[in-house]
Design a protein around this ligand. Structure first.
Ligand code: GLY
Length: 350
């Protein structure tokens, strides 16, 4: 997988103009969803290098991250005269960058694409690292390929369009990046005020967070080893997210990850010696900013069952990424049913 360029944007017009000059595409298309078309696309309209590009507009939210929408994008590219030398610019959150990245990677066996993430979640996670795909048969990201964007442009001005919940959601992935890096990052993250966001400070923290992810992805682009560090909090987090969907109380991805972090840091404390003081710092910060997710012990079997379906597992054994300390990453860990139940007890009571 080719390495992508990541630009912390200073001047969107200049950067896009340079990318277009570098790629010299025969045609350019912009992919947006109904929300980003309204809130974010106006900033692209006046950029001369792309002002003639047709906008392909798809439904917003994860429910549209499916084969029908993908087919609409392929059709729009085909009808718009896209060739192998065309360029697709994905403007949106993770749903748009994942689906657009997959559409570009498969159209005529692959055209160049650029991501302009507009949510914190997609800036620090989804749009970086080359994972593309769609949901299929009720399973998240079931179909997809690894293929990097030519460039990811991080323009934190777009973050001002986000509501508080979406800032918190993306911030959970930043907490994860802090935990797999060092104490300085972690300490900065848990001292940031999510209720009164300082956007200038957030921009610096986004740059640090993305650099952490980029380092991991460069070392292991296809997730054979150390990239699994990025799954911290996600084994339990995905199970909570699926349970929330099934019980008609959907939650934002980052909230489920934050709650998953509590359980997985507990397992880390029990199994790999993770320091208790940091566990309690995490619990405090997450409780204060993400609230609680009500689960009942009668739901434990269902939650554990959901964990066994995770695509990170092999041979039905639940795979966790745990920590021995901040930055001391232990991939390919397992936990038995009793240990997982204990972690869920801690989550409910802690
Ligand atoms: N979202 C985790 C990864 O990109 O590997």
């Amino acid at each position: 997988m080719e390495q992508q360029h990541i630009i912390l944007s200073q001047d969107l017009e200049k950067e896009l103009t340079e990318i277009v000059a570098q790629c010299s595409p025969d045609r350019i298309f912009v992919l947006a969803d109904t929300t980003t078309e309204r809130l974010c696309a106006p900033r692209l309209r006046d950029i001369e290098a792309i002002s003639d590009a047709p906008h392909i507009i798809i439904g917003a939210t994860d429910t549209y991250k499916n084969l029908d929408t993908l087919s609409q994008v392929w059709t729009a590219l085909g009808e718009g005269g896209a060739s192998r030398h065309s360029l697709l610019i994905n403007l949106g959150g993770g749903m748009v960058t994942d689906l657009g990245g997959f559409a570009a990677s498969t159209f005529k066996r692959g055209i160049t694409y650029v991501n302009i993430p507009t949510t914190l979640l997609s800036m620090v996670d989804a749009s970086v690292g080359g994972k593309t795909g769609i949901n299929f048969n009720g399973l998240k990201n079931e179909i997809g390929v690894f293929n990097s964007a030519h460039t990811v442009i991080l323009d934190t001005e777009f973050l001002r369009t986000l509501d508080h919940e979406n800032v918190c959601s993306g911030y959970a992935e930043m907490l994860k990046h802090g935990l797999i890096s060092n104490r300085k990052n972690w300490s900065e993250l848990i001292n940031f005020d999510l209720d009164e966001v300082d956007y200038k400070h957030l921009q610096d923290m986004v740059a640090t967070s993305v650099a952490i992810k980029e380092r991991v992805v460069t070392e292991d682009p296809l997730e054979k080893g150390i990239r699994k560090a990025l799954n911290l909090g996600h084994t339990v987090g995905h199970a909570f997210e699926s349970l929330a969907l099934r019980t008609n109380r959907p939650v934002l991805h980052g909230y489920a990850v934050a709650w998953g972090l509590i359980c997985e840091l507990y397992l880390s404390a029990v199994k790999t010696g993770f320091p208790h003081d940091v566990l309690y710092q995490a619990v405090r910060f997450i409780r204060e900013n993400y609230g609680r997710f009500d689960i009942d012990c009668k739901q434990y079997p269902e939650i554990i069952e959901l964990m066994t379906h995770d695509k990170k597992n092999t041979a039905g054994i639940i795979n966790f990424t745990l920590l021995g300390d901040i930055g001391d990453i232990r991939i390919n860990q397992t936990a038995d049913r009793k240990e997982i139940e204990e972690a869920l007890d801690f989550f409910r009571e802690g």
